[in-house]
Ligand binder design. Structure first.
Ligand code: 5GP
Length: 198
């Protein structure tokens, strides 16, 4: 039987686009490994260390940069975020698909990574909210962040949204079910790609 190497699915989009929910569901249904990122931001209520993120101090984050542990890292909303190589490379080699929730700077770094394993594996998707009003409603509705945090996220979201043409795929969010159907179709189709067959 033919085997294949894993797909690295990068998913970007502003906070409130629904991208994290899509990525999580794909992993919950055992369709892919969710790459757990490191961050220096404080955990939100209900977030669990090692499940939602690896929550690190700034010093710990910096020493991991120096040790070359990150595939990519970036500063987002005043905090550091990064993907550990250990969350990605071995999975791909074993043929497990990996899904990453990543900002536009991080996606850029992965795209320009010279590693041939990453190049073969990678596809990128930008998830957009249906409108600016809906984005505002979603950011406010989450109810977990302070007023000024929401204002900063709104400003960053509008800025981040300008980057969608850099991606191969774009999804304009509709209902949760429709979004998930489109999202899953993308990975199903990518599993047929000849260049990853061994
Ligand atoms: P949040 O704090 O709302 O969980 O995430 C804020 C932003 O950081 C989101 O746009 C998310 O995609 C991005 N992000 C999460 N993990 C990573 C990562 O490992 N690397 C990069 N570059 N961005 C990340």
């Amino acid at each position: 039987m033919t085997s294949r190497t894993g797909i690295l699915l990068l998913v970007s989009g502003p906070s409130g686009s629904g991208k994290t929910t899509l990525c999580r569901r794909l992993a919950d249904e055992d369709e892919a490994h969710y790459s757990i990122s490191c961050t220096t931001r404080a955990p939100r209520e209900g977030e669990i260390d090692g499940k939602d993120y690896h929550f690190l101090s700034k010093d710990d984050f910096k020493s991991r940069i120096d040790a070359g542990e990150f595939l990519e890292h970036a500063e987002v909303h005043g905090n550091y975020y990064g993907t550990l190589k250990s969350e990605v490379l071995d999975y791909l080699a074993k043929g497990t698909d990996v899904v990453m929730d990543i900002d536009v700077q991080g996606a850029n770094q992965v795209r320009s990574c010279p590693d041939s394993q990453i190049k073969t594996a990678m596809i990128d998707l930008f998830v957009m909210p249906p409108s600016e009003e809906e984005l505002r409603a979603r950011l406010t509705g989450r109810g977990t962040d302070a007023e000024e945090v929401i204002a900063l996220r709104m400003k960053n979201a509008l800025e981040e949204m300008k980057h969608w043409p850099e991606y191969s795929y774009r999804l304009i969010s509709a209902t949760r079910e429709e979004d998930y159907l489109n999202f899953k179709s993308l990975i199903i189709a990518e599993r047929l790609r000849v260049s990853r067959l061994q």
